[in-house]
Structures are given as C-alpha cells and as structure tokens.
Design a protein around this ligand. Structure first.
Ligand SMILES: [Zn+2]
Length: 326
C-alpha cells in the first residue's frame, strides 16, 4: 500500500504577518487590517491542521497521496492554491477548508456573507473557488495526458458554524469527510500503481510552495514605517540592551546569541530575499555597521559582494529551517 502524506508547513504568509504585526505601530493605517489578516491566517491553519488529522486517521483501501497546501504553478494554467489535495489511482479530490465562524450565507452570485458578533462581512464564495481550482487541475491533467476525474468539496472544520444556502452544493463539515472519501474510494481505478507513483512525483514536482509576494510590498509598507529594535521570538516584545553586545527579553530573559539573525529573518520575510548592512541598520536602529557585519557573517547565510556592498541571501531550504516552526 502506498501512502504518502506530505507534511504541512507553516505558510510563509503567516510567519510574515506575525513578524509584521509586532513591528507595525498601532497608529499605522494598515494596523487593523494586518491584525485581522494574521488572525485569519492563524485560524485557517488551525482548521487545515484539524482536517489533516481527520485524514491521517482514515483508512484508505487504495494507494493515495495527500498534499497539504498544494500550489500548482505552470505555464498555461492559472495559479491554483489548494488547501488539501488528495490523489488516488481512481480520483483526485480538491479540498477547500474554511475555518469561518458565525453564520455563513451562500449566495448564488459568487459571494458568501458572514455574520459574526454583529459584524456582517462579504467574502469570496469558497464553492466558486473550489470549483475553479478543480477545473484548473483537470486542465493540468489533460495537458499531461492523464485521465483522472477531479472532485471538489468545501469543508468547514467545526459544526459550530451555521451554514445557510449550502445544501447540495458540495459544502460539508469535517465529520462528513470520511463518508465522502469512502464513497470516492469505490470509483473504478484509472491507472496501475506504477503510473500512480509517476503521477504523484509529477504533481510533487509541479508544487511550488513559494513564489509569494512579500507582505510589505502588498500593503505598501516601507522599512522606515516600522518600529526599530530587536524583538523576542517567543514573546513578540522588544528586547532591552543588556550590555554592548547582548540584548535580553524583559519577559522570558532570553538572550539571543546573534540578535541580528532575527532582524535578517524579518527582512527576508517582509521585504526581500536579499539583505544589506544598511537594511539591518534601518530595521534594528543599531548604528555600528562593524558590529552588524560581524553578526551578519556569523548568521551563516550565503553572501556575495565585499565590504559595504556585501549582500546576504536566503534560499528556500534555509527559510524552512529558520521559519518552519513558530
Ligand atoms: Zn521573551
């Protein structure tokens, strides 16, 4: 039995929003928006992790591969971001997870209305979104001469959400997911195990988890608009100067061995995959460029150029190493 479950990583967007939220002054015009985006990203991840655990406990009588947070980027196919993609030799299933609370009313106009705590908000309809991704994946299969039916479902993790107008439209709660999958598992097989393995590998190769727009570019936030200084990774509060070389967290008493490393990670997630000494001065408020240079070198990130022109880079493997857990 072939079972491949790729691990869900903390999305870069969530890491970036968390780092942005602690540096953005509360009087900045985007402050509330960033806080809300952070809350939504955290609750979205919580919902997806809950569904992951439901799937992990399920029995599949046929080979299957589960891709959490699947991003299909390929020429001729519109950008497709699937919360959970399951593939088997009999079918593919696109799962759109929506961890929205309150009352959700599905309109027929590509819009969903959320009413929660007396606030009414209009959101993009997840049914339309899931159907769009389903069609894109079906097109991708066609492009690669793969015959496999693609199904889609919108899942709300918790039954505490009240759904209206969702009947018979492929919208379900997580408790129904095992029943849906059990039915799909009875569909006729479209390929043998060897072809299924090849398809899994092909999809894995086309999965592009990065290619994100940097969050500060999206909101038009400049480095100079952010609070300068060093922050504790655990407590999200500003560190105090302990002595000429070290900083200490007033809450957990942590003293980072390399305080500049965190600033570099802030820069990599908020602005660019490249950082200079000057960038670090702007974000840290530290003026001693020699000390910054010493710590930047110590970070171990690859660099190019010399002296004042030295640029440090991050690649996706390092990003995962440093930012995978928050
Ligand atoms: Zn702390």
């Amino acid at each position: 039995m072939i079972i491949i479950i790729y691990e869900r990583e903390v999305p870069e967007k969530l890491v970036a929003l968390q780092r942005l939220a602690r540096r953005l002054p509360s009087d900045h015009p985007h402050f509330d928006h960033v806080k809300l985006a952070l809350y939504n990203a955290q609750s979205g991840l919580g919902g997806e992790q809950y569904i992951d655990s439901t799937l992990f406990d399920m029995y599949f009588p046929i080979p299957h591969t589960i891709f959490p947070n699947y991003r299909l980027y390929e020429k001729y196919i519109p950008s497709t971001q699937i919360d959970i993609l399951i593939i088997t030799p009999a079918y593919a299933l696109v799962i759109e997870v929506k961890n929205w609370g309150g009352t959700i009313t599905f309109q027929n106009t590509g819009q969903a209305i959320q009413e929660k705590n007396g606030v009414v908000r209009s959101m993009d309809c997840p049914i339309v979104q899931a159907e769009y991704y389903r069609e894109n994946l079906q097109d991708w299969f066609q492009l690669h001469d793969i015959i496999l039916p693609v199904h889609r479902v919108v899942i709300f993790p918790f039954a505490s959400t009240l759904l209206r107008g969702a009947e018979n439209r492929g919208v379900h709660f997580s408790k129904e997911l095992p029943i849906i999958i059990r039915k799909l598992n009875k569909l006729p097989l479209q390929m043998d195990t060897k072809d299924f393995d090849l398809l899994s590998l092909k999809l894995h190769g086309a999965n592009n988890t990065f290619a994100n727009e940097k969050v500060c570019h999206k909101y038009g936030i400049l480095p100079s608009m952010l609070t300068k200084g060093f922050f504790c990774t655990h407590c999200d509060i500003q560190l105090l100067k302990k002595n000429s070389r070290h900083y200490i967290c007033p809450s957990c008493s942590a003293v980072p061995a390399n305080p500049v490393l965190e600033i570099m990670l802030d820069w990599f997630t908020l602005f660019s995959n490249q950082v200079t000494n000057k960038n670090i001065r702007t974000l840290s408020g530290l003026v001693d460029s020699h000390r910054i240079q010493y710590f930047m070198k110590k970070s171990g990130f690859p660099s190019s150029g010399r002296n004042k022109g030295t640029v440090y880079h991050v690649n996706e493997t390092e990003k995962e190493k440093y930012l995978g857990d928050i």
